[in-house]
Design a protein around this ligand. Structure first.
Ligand SMILES: [Zn+2]
Length: 314
């Protein structure tokens, strides 16, 4: 694909199955996540909130063009703040997530959203707030939503640690739709494994492929019909892991490895600076270190990543 074609998609609410919508935000970069809308006979279930009130107001305006039903449930696919920061704007919805997601959201309450702007200066955090979820689960939950045609099954399945420790995907078997959360960064958005696990991430993607859905809604990036975007994301993760492994074996530091790895086709993907966080994760795994990274260390890694971004964008 020509690199200039990689950025061609818009922010819009797309009807992907009867009563089911994907809210895709262009261009899927840092904190610019996608979401989902599942309309029942008397309610609306939303998948993920957004990073700030302005974006959420636009999103809710789009929802209101299709239905006036009240919000019943809001599902958080994982704890990252772009997917949870405006949970409070979907009142009276009850929020649902994995136990680890709720634990991480509780930690977020003590963190001022403006802290993030030290690393991401252009990030708008107006109206951003951590709101702990109402319902949490360990493995799997099924929502049975009444529709005009009957009952719709909505499966929430935990597959972490993968992108983070708290990932769930939302599967609608009748509609053959999956809301992947950040288990899928669709090309040209670069996958991000710093806060998760390479083997877990790759396993989760295999599981998503096995569902044989018609539509996979990524957490970031354009809508994916069929499995191609999943395969591309898996290829990227396998590539990074392999390249990091080689250099770890040669005794190189993380910094040296990052300088040496040739990104090839992934150089044209957006947020290519994620290579810094991804190699960091791969090295931690090779050293047998735990998934959790203390906040000061995490901020330091993110800062290194952003200086790499400045460097490569000239
Ligand atoms: Zn995420």
């Amino acid at each position: 694909m020509d690199p200039k074609d990689l950025g061609e998609w818009n922010t819009e609410l797309l009807n992907i199955a009867p009563g089911v919508y994907a809210y895709i935000q262009a261009k899927g970069g840092w904190f610019i996540n996608n979401a989902g809308v599942i309309v029942g006979e008397n309610d609306v279930i939303v998948v993920d909130s957004l990073a700030n009130s302005k974006r959420t107001e636009t999103f809710i305006r789009e929802i209101r063009k299709t239905t006036s039903n009240p919000f019943s449930y809001l599902i958080n696919t994982h704890h990252h703040v772009d997917h949870t920061w405006t949970n409070h704007m979907f009142f009276p919805a009850k929020t649902i997530c994995h136990t680890r997601c709720r634990e991480e959201t509780l930690k977020e309450i003590d963190i001022n959203p403006y802290l993030y702007t030290q690393i991401f200066p252009s990030l708008d955090v107006e109206g951003a707030r951590a709101t702990p979820q109402d319902i949490s689960f360990e493995k799997e939950v099924i929502l049975h939503q009444r529709t005009r045609e009957g009952i719709r099954e909505i499966r929430l399945v935990y597959v972490g640690p993968a992108h983070t420790v708290s990932d769930v995907f939302v599967h609608l078997p009748q509609e053959k739709v999956v809301f992947c959360g950040d288990l899928l960064f669709a090309e040209p958005c670069t996958p991000f494994a710093l806060m998760g696990s390479f083997p877990g991430y790759i396993r989760a993607i295999d599981l998503l492929i096995e569902l044989r859905a018609d539509v996979y809604v990524p957490g970031h990036g354009p809508l994916s019909r069929g499995r191609r975007a999943l395969e591309k994301a898996k290829e990227y993760l396998s590539f990074v892991r392999r390249e990091a492994w080689k250099r770890f074996e040669e005794g190189m530091s993380v910094e040296e490895a990052i300088r040496e790895i040739e990104l090839g086709e992934y150089e044209n993907w957006s947020e290519r600076e994620r290579i810094v966080g991804n190699v960091e994760r791969a090295y931690r795994e090779l050293r047998g270190e735990p998934v959790e990274i203390p906040l000061p260390e995490l901020l330091e890694i993110l800062a290194r990543m952003m200086s790499y971004r400045k460097e490569v964008s000239g």
